[in-house]
Design a protein around this ligand. Structure first.
Ligand SMILES: Cc1cc2nc3c(=O)[nH]c(=O)nc-3n(C[C@H](O)[C@H](O)[C@H](O)COP(=O)(O)OP(=O)(O)OC[C@H]3O[C@@H](n4cnc5c(N)ncnc54)[C@H](O)[C@@H]3O)c2cc1C
Ligand SMILES: NC(=O)c1ccc[n+]([C@@H]2O[C@H](COP(=O)([O-])OP(=O)(O)OC[C@H]3O[C@@H](n4cnc5c(N)ncnc54)[C@H](OP(=O)(O)O)[C@@H]3O)[C@@H](O)[C@H]2O)c1
Ligand SMILES: *[C@@H]1O[C@H](CO)[C@@H](O)[C@H](O)[C@H]1NC(C)=O
Ligand SMILES: *[C@@H]1O[C@H](CO)[C@@H](O)[C@H](O)[C@H]1NC(C)=O
Ligand SMILES: *[C@@H]1O[C@H](CO)[C@@H](O)[C@H](O)[C@H]1NC(C)=O
Ligand SMILES: *[C@@H]1O[C@H](CO)[C@@H](O)[C@H](O)[C@H]1NC(C)=O
Ligand SMILES: *[C@@H]1O[C@H](CO)[C@@H](O)[C@H](O)[C@H]1NC(C)=O
Ligand SMILES: *[C@@H]1O[C@H](CO)[C@@H](O)[C@H](O)[C@H]1NC(C)=O
Ligand SMILES: *[C@@H]1O[C@H](CO)[C@@H](O)[C@H](O)[C@H]1NC(C)=O
Length: 558
């Protein structure tokens, strides 16, 4: 098959050129707000998780012509649990800018055969939609009141901590309520469809989205791939915070990554592939990492393992000690990471960070005889399997570059991309602030809410005025809640539209109580629930350092 490697930089260049040729409206002194080249009618939403589903539903309610795409065969985003596991993670991490190959002539159809390019049909399918990093017993580390979509409440009997299977059904119910499920109107939704690239067309000032849909055709033992393009006036990128697994860079890990166990699996694998504990019976397991995946998988497998080690690096130890002895917790540690420290099972032996893996001679015999050098000089051996609970990285999405923290650059606090606000990102906690953000997308693009002129948005961004930076890690949720409510209602008063209500007080109460019990005793007492009123905007903190400044802790990725 002839393929053309699309270079994303070419796209970025195209956008940059466009932005220069079309004068930014805001640069005209008498423009009071950002205006669009033409009325916005057709909008694509990429991603059908909690964020994208809400955006699509809101845009449909506001009479936009919406297309919703997701690479996965069902709605649910991160919460679509399957026993199917993802294709093996690369060792080391892949560069974040990698762009998929697309045929030169579009539309195009190709029937993949088993083993084509050395890839099995099963792997081809899994690579396309990427099964989710959930395990069977996974429960939330957030209480139900802040993990709920509007209009499909959990039953009153539901415990605060939810099983992933409950959330999965919940998100599907939301999709069905809005006719966005996989068996609903395929004029609107297209599942098993991955957005491959995005470019702005200069002449029409529209976005061209290149898509690839896969269909499994077992009768002829093949997978049908279809590529095509569609054009849109505006785009919502709702591709989620955990795009790719992260593998740590440790000497020798590449060599060890090829070791095969007796039962044919790899001896080292990322926590994204963990599903069930039973097969850990009588095994000696090493878990790497100190956060939620590490502690929860450790708890799950502990009743089965013969010996369980967890490798926690020094920085994490320091956090740990500080947290246990001091009410001034280390700023870098999020509350749920703290909760993890306290949840490691007692039988787990904590060992220091891994310095290196001594190269294996025979990879067919697994890693049991291999030597793991720890930073304190000790050597660990006799391990059957290693689970890397070392977190996730965001890979490059469409449009903006990513900041050092892996977040799209130049976003207005509403999620609109400042250089071209017809592209927007869902960059708030989807379960809570997501409903306001979705409404804002609809209002801005229908003209019942105005964004400041582009120069002003850029200046605010550059001045770090709104350093929510999309709230990827800045938890000033209370500030953002209030900002959304005040702004949306003011715009509706001026330009028409429904009013929104603030987040219910009882939810705040429940959340405060949950945080006391689950995270740290006195958590809410550490903070002043009225601090927000006294907080000058210039002091709204940013980044992880702000975690403990928040009144209601929020993080987009959680
Ligand atoms: C193991 C784990 C446990 C978690 N536990 C909790 C928890 O207890 N509580 C909590 O609040 N949060 C938790 N989270 C965070 C979780 O990400 C959020 O709850 C929520 O799912 C985020 O919603 P979203 O819609 O922004 O992104 P997602 O749910 O990730 O949805 C993004 C969607 O975009 C699609 N997509 C991505 N790229 C493309 C493309 N190129 N083309 C088409 N579609 C694409 C994906 O297929 C996916 O369906 C957890 C995350 C992980 C990994
Ligand atoms: N509901 C649930 O039960 C549940 C379960 C799993 C995940 N989640 C959510 O999913 C998200 C991701 O969680 P996660 O635990 O997978 O990832 P994570 O929070 O990013 O944690 C990654 C861990 O890996 C460690 N690490 C990274 N590189 C390392 C190295 N070279 N050596 C040793 N340790 C290394 C980090 O150490 P440092 O601490 O030193 O940086 C950190 O402890 C979070 O939002 C979490 O809340 C929820
Ligand atoms: C999809 O669009 C086609 C063409 O406009 C129309 O005939 C069909 O009824 C639509 N399908 C649904 C389910 O609305
Ligand atoms: C556990 O493993 C040991 C050595 O690996 C083996 O001798 C023993 O029979 C195993 N026990 C069970 C119950 O599988
Ligand atoms: C290194 O750490 C391990 C696990 O905590 C411990 O058993 C061992 O004694 C330490 N070795 C040295 C040399 O300090
Ligand atoms: C691992 O390292 C050993 C020793 O250098 C070498 O013999 C072996 O070929 C390496 N294996 C792989 C798969 O890289
Ligand atoms: C992305 O970063 C590169 C290198 O810093 C820069 O040249 C380019 O203009 C940036 N693109 C966008 C869209 O910001
Ligand atoms: C409300 O909207 C008007 C008109 O756009 C604007 O002048 C005013 O500053 C806004 N007020 C707030 C609080 O945003
Ligand atoms: C809470 O805020 C009040 C008023 O700003 C202040 O006097 C008090 O010291 C604060 N309490 C804490 C625990 O920070």
């Amino acid at each position: 098959m002839v393929v053309l490697k699309l270079v994303l930089d070419a796209f970025l260049l195209a956008v940059a050129t466009t932005a220069q040729q079309i004068p930014l409206n805001g640069e005209q002194p008498n423009e009071k707000w950002t205006q669009f080249h033409h009325p916005i009618r057709r909008v694509a939403v990429i991603g059908a998780g909690p964020a994208g589903l809400q955006a699509a539903a809101k845009l449909i309610e506001h009479n936009f012509e919406v297309r919703l795409f997701d690479r996965s065969p069902s709605p649910g985003g991160n919460w679509f649990y399957t026993d199917e596991t993802p294709v093996r993670e690369p060792y080391p991490d892949k560069p974040v800018n990698e762009v998929p190959d697309v045929p030169q002539q579009l539309p195009a159809v190709h029937y993949y055969k088993d083993g084509e390019d050395g890839i099995s049909l099963e792997d081809r399918w899994k690579e396309h939609w990427q099964p989710r990093p959930l395990w069977d017993s996974l429960h939330t580390n957030s209480p139900a009141v802040i993990t709920e979509l509007p209009g499909v409440p959990y039953s009153a009997a539901q415990p605060w901590v939810l099983s992933n299977h409950v959330i999965q059904a919940h998100v599907r119910a939301y999709a069905s309520l809005h006719n966005l499920n996989a068996n609903d109107d395929t004029n609107v939704t297209s599942y098993a469809t991955r957005a491959e690239s995005l470019e702005k067309i200069k002449e029409t000032q529209t976005w061209r989205l290149t898509l690839r849909k896969l269909e499994r055709i077992p009768e002829i033992k093949s997978i049908k791939a279809t590529w095509w393009t569609e054009e849109f006036d505006a785009i919502v990128s709702a591709t989620g915070p955990y795009v790719a697994p992260h593998v740590p860079t440790i000497d020798g890990i590449d060599n060890w990554s090829r070791a095969i166990r007796d039962d044919d699996g790899y001896s080292i694998y990322h926590s994204q592939s963990y599903r069930r504990p039973q097969r850990y019976q009588n095994k000696t397991i090493l878990i790497v990492g100190a956060s939620v995946s590490a502690s929860e998988i450790a708890r799950d497998i502990a009743p089965f393992t013969k010996t369980l080690y967890t490798s926690i690096r020094v920085s994490s130890h320091i956090f740990h000690d500080k947290l246990l002895t001091n009410s001034q917790p280390h700023a870098k540690l999020s509350p749920f990471q703290l909760r993890s420290r306290l949840r490691f099972p007692e039988i787990a032996t904590v060992v220091p960070e891994i310095k290196s893996f001594e190269p294996l001679v025979d990879h067919k015999k697994g890693i049991k005889d291999g030597k793991i050098h720890l930073v304190n000089g000790s050597v660990l051996t006799g391990i059957d399997e290693i689970i890397l609970a070392t977190g996730y990285i965001r890979s490059k999405t469409f449009g903006p570059n990513l900041t050092a923290d892996g977040q799209p650059e130049d976003l207005h606090w509403t999620g609109h991309w400042i250089p071209d606000p017809t592209l927007a990102f869902t960059n708030v906690r989807s379960w809570t602030i997501g409903k306001y953000q979705s409404y804002a997308f609809a209002k801005v693009w229908e003209g019942t809410a105005h964004l400041p002129p582009q120069w002003e948005m850029q200046k605010d961004y550059d001045d770090r005025k709104y350093q929510f930076r999309g709230l990827f890690s800045s938890p000033q949720a209370e500030a953002l809640f209030r900002q959304y409510v005040a702004w949306l209602n003011n715009e509706s008063l001026e330009n028409g539209g429904r009013f929104v209500e603030p987040w219910p007080l009882e939810n705040r109460e429940i959340f405060a109580y949950y945080s006391e019990v689950e995270w740290i005793k006195g958590y809410t007492g550490l903070r002043n629930f009225t601090d927000f009123e006294n907080l000058p905007q210039s002091e709204w903190p940013s980044g992880h350092a702000a975690a403990w400044e928040s009144i209601v802790f929020e993080e987009e990725g959680w």
